[in-house]
Design a protein around this ligand. Structure first.
Ligand SMILES: [Mn+2]
Length: 419
């Protein structure tokens, strides 16, 4: 992404902030895994969205004065020859300016003084922090620590939540984001078709995963955007399955729920296929019902539709088809075979941290995820695609990833060839 993208994101946030306000953001800190080892650092997505800086322990202050003028400064880790010898080069000030378009770059040691000076200057009445916890028991982020400190040290500053504002911005995808998502779809397609081509009875789930990871690895060092769900047979009945230990036996279906990312934008795509390359009668029946339901949804989705109707209508329509096929007795029992909805937004996060809208509008991207789980028949899979809402309807961004039975069987007849 260009610096103009990040500048644009910040400007749209500033436009929503009150006058005489401070905005303080943090990229986050490393989490210790064990002894001297840390989990891979993952920059707070809103921080990345607003600055483009993908580095730990970075802070940012923007101030908006009474006339609406904005002043920005970012605080980075200082150069440190010994640390950098072990863990790689830190971003230099000029590099940070080029990436983010933020003019003033300081070192983190200056942050506390600057914040204190600004907070006590008498010029600011509001303090915007990015405050969010998915669960009340989530660990404190640097923003939560500052929130507590601000309450005691700067009680005259009214705290505002920047999180909701950023979430409302992230809801609508920009052209460059859509371009990145389309590229990510291509990479995801390569990964999924590789698994289809490599598939055979007796293959272990970890081998499918290895094929997927290997294929994504040809496109860059970043790998999958989120932990891949790849399972076979009865393991498909665990919706978020990550153990990869099972084996696909002849007649089993393989399920994947995976996504590549490009420029930090994700995809989230599920396909199901019989490991032996040929759908049997029951698999054909259920798969075509899921596919037809998905196609029905893509024909309906357009601006103005209620967001909750995506799940509601897909369950209603799928129930109707299952009833017509004699699989389901009564529509209200659809929960026996459909265990989840799937209309979650996707973007910088696979379950994108956006402000969930009531109504669908252009440039939203969300998943249409039709899962059917028939435990008695031992068949479970989902067909999950990424839906871009346009001015008049919608587009399936993942349409080119084999999804009809002939497309899947044709793909599976091909041999997997390593790059
Ligand atoms: Mn998914």
């Amino acid at each position: 992404m260009t610096k103009e993208y990040y500048q644009g994101n910040r400007n749209r946030l500033y436009a929503q902030m009150k006058e005489n306000s401070l905005l303080v953001l943090f990229s986050g800190v490393e989490i210790r895994k064990t002894n001297d080892e840390f989990y891979p650092f993952y920059t707070h997505r809103n921080f990345l969205y607003l600055t483009g800086i993908d580095q730990k322990e970075t802070a940012f202050i923007a101030r908006k004065d009474g006339a609406g003028n904005i002043t920005e400064k970012i605080y980075i880790l200082p150069p440190d020859k010994m640390v950098e010898r072990w863990s790689g080069e830190r971003l230099k000030a000029t590099h940070v300016q080029d990436l983010s378009g933020i003019g003033q770059v300081g070192y983190v040691a200056e942050f506390e003084n600057d914040l204190h000076r600004l907070a006590t200057s008498g010029n600011y009445r509001h303090l915007y922090l990015d405050l969010y916890r998915v669960s009340p028991t989530d660990r404190d982020e640097p923003a939560h620590l500052l929130l507590r400190r601000a309450a005691s040290d700067y009680p005259f500053l009214q705290v505002e939540n920047a999180n909701t504002l950023v979430r409302s911005l992230r809801l609508f995808k920009q052209p460059c984001e859509l371009e990145a998502m389309r590229k990510a779809e291509e990479i995801t397609c390569a990964g999924i078709t590789s698994m289809m081509k490599a598939s055979k009875p007796g293959m272990y789930e970890y081998q499918y995963k290895a094929v997927f990871d290997y294929t994504l690895g040809q496109y860059g060092p970043q790998g999958p955007g989120f932990p891949s769900i790849i399972s076979a047979g009865k393991n498909n009945f665990c919706i978020h399955y990550y153990s990869y230990k099972g084996q696909a036996h002849d007649g089993d279906m393989v399920l994947n729920d995976v996504g590549a990312w490009h420029d930090s934008l994700m995809t989230d795509v599920s396909r199901g296929w019989p490991c032996n390359g040929k759908f049997n009668d029951r698999q054909t029946l259920l798969y075509n019902i899921a596919l037809e339901t998905s196609n029905h949804m893509f024909s309906l989705i357009k601006p103005g539709m209620a967001m909750q109707d995506v799940d509601g209508e897909s369950h209603r329509y799928c129930a109707q088809l299952l009833q017509e096929a004699g699989v389901l007795d009564k529509a209200e029992n659809i929960g026996t075979y459909m265990w989840h909805g799937g209309a979650h937004h996707v973007g910088l996060d696979v379950h994108d941290a956006v402000l969930t809208p009531e109504r669908i509008a252009p440039n939203m991207v969300f998943c249409v995820d039709i899962g059917i789980y028939h435990e008695e028949w031992g068949i479970g899979f989902r067909v999950e695609d990424n839906c871009l809402v346009t001015e008049t309807g919608c587009e399936n961004l993942s349409a080119s990833i084999p999804r009809t039975i002939p497309e899947i069987e044709d793909t599976m007849r091909q041999n997997f060839v390593a790059f």
